[in-house]
Design a binder for this molecule. Structure first.
Ligand code: MRU
Length: 367
């Protein structure tokens, strides 16, 4: 069975509800941009490429199902809705990049209502298709880079958050590289960080690894250094990206920065996997990246299905429990920035960026 997080057919969009995974696979209908905004904000769908594609396709469905009086009306409707969708989550650049390209297309398309709507819909549909092929190429480029840099012997990999089929249109970025290395017979073992506080690692990456029968082990975020210290067969940490600044500084899930430091200390390669739509040449360094702060609830509560006294999971019934001292203050940044200085390579669908003799990336060559 192929994992399909985004189910799109002309006039209809459904997303796999990631709040109910891994215990239940339930699809939620997305009928318009308001549904998409709410799904992104609540993290029913998450992951930089996935949120951009769901936003773009939700508006495609809305355009396909709605009547407009004039070309101007459809143009202003699209631009207003795109502006609104971009405000759902600030850190991942893929959403604003997609919105900017779609807004430009609609502004520049001449013709009647149908011509404009059709042009928008075709472009949004292409984003879905392109993301899968880009991820396959990231996987291929990552495998080649690993063979060249690490060698031909089997090795293990550590990753954080969820960067797989659930975070993209399919296959995944960092998890796509793990898939490609596994398919080639080079992967000894994958280690997934739990990824507190939202547990994308234990809920979603673990689900994908089990689904694909990839030999894998889950650890808590605080175990990463001791794991590297005691498991020399781990040769690579691969992470995704929400936004890569022009100099290579990379914003990704909270916990990524500490992994980049730990990798350096242990001589393990630290690699970012991202489509070029995650590269933001307008933002010079990581300091310019807005980091989303999320609600304290995510840190002080845990939500999941009820387990009976024999350990059986009751799928129908979820429960939220409080796990911190009431009244304690909470800091909950959703992302952090791994500095370019600690990144060995940025693997994209167009090729692999490595630093020059001055220690600088040149990401502009991809554009
Ligand atoms: O808060 P999330 O779950 O949307 O964060 C996702 C990540 O940080 C991913 O690593 C990143 O978006 C890359 S997904 C291919």
């Amino acid at each position: 069975m192929v994992l399909e997080a985004i189910k799109y057919r002309p006039h209809s969009l459904e997303i796999l509800d990631q709040l109910r995974l891994p215990h239940e696979s339930v699809y939620a209908p997305i009928k318009n941009s308001t549904d998409a905004f709410n799904a992104i904000k609540s993290m029913t769908v998450r992951g930089a490429p996935a949120i951009a594609i769901v936003a773009a396709l939700a508006l495609a469905v809305e355009l396909a199902n709605r009547e407009f009086e004039s070309a101007d009306e459809v143009r202003s409707f699209v631009s207003e809705k795109l502006e609104y969708l971009v405000t759902s989550r600030p850190t991942a650049v893929n959403l604003s990049d997609a919105a900017r390209k779609l807004a430009k297309l609609v502004k520049e398309t001449e013709g009647d209502v149908k011509t404009i709507a059709d042009a928008y819909i075709a472009a949004a549909e292409k984003m879905l298709v392109d993301d899968v092929s880009d991820n396959m190429n990231i996987g291929k480029n990552g495998l080649e880079w690993a063979k060249k840099t690490i060698g031909q012997d089997k090795f293990s990999i550590l990753t954080i958050c969820n960067t797989g089929s659930l975070a993209t249109a399919g296959y995944g970025t960092a998890l796509g590289i793990i898939r490609s290395i596994y398919a080639d017979g080079l992967l000894s073992h994958a280690y997934a960080l739990e990824t507190r506080p939202y547990n994308q690692g234990s809920r979603l990456t673990a689900y994908e690894l089990v689904h694909d029968n990839i030999p894998a082990t889950l650890i808590t975020d605080s175990m990463a250094s001791v794991l590297l210290n005691s498991h020399p067969e781990i040769k690579m940490i691969v992470v995704g990206a929400d936004r890569v600044a022009r100099n290579g500084d990379t914003a990704n899930k909270i916990g990524t920065y500490q992994l980049s430091i730990v990798a350096k200390h242990h001589g393990v390669r630290f690699v970012v996997a991202a489509p070029t739509t995650s590269i933001d040449l307008q933002t010079m360094t990581g300091e310019g990246i807005a980091i989303e702060q999320r609600k304290p609830d995510e840190l002080v509560t845990v939500r999941g299905p009820v387990v009976d006294k024999d350990g059986n999971v009751n799928k129908g019934e979820t429960k939220t429990v409080h796990i911190a001292a009431p009244g304690i203050g909470v800091w909950n940044p959703s992302f952090d920035v791994a500095p370019a200085a600690l990144i060995d390579a940025i693997i994209t669908e167009k090729g692999v960026a490595e630093k020059d003799e001055n220690g600088e990336f040149h990401l502009e060559y991809f554009f």
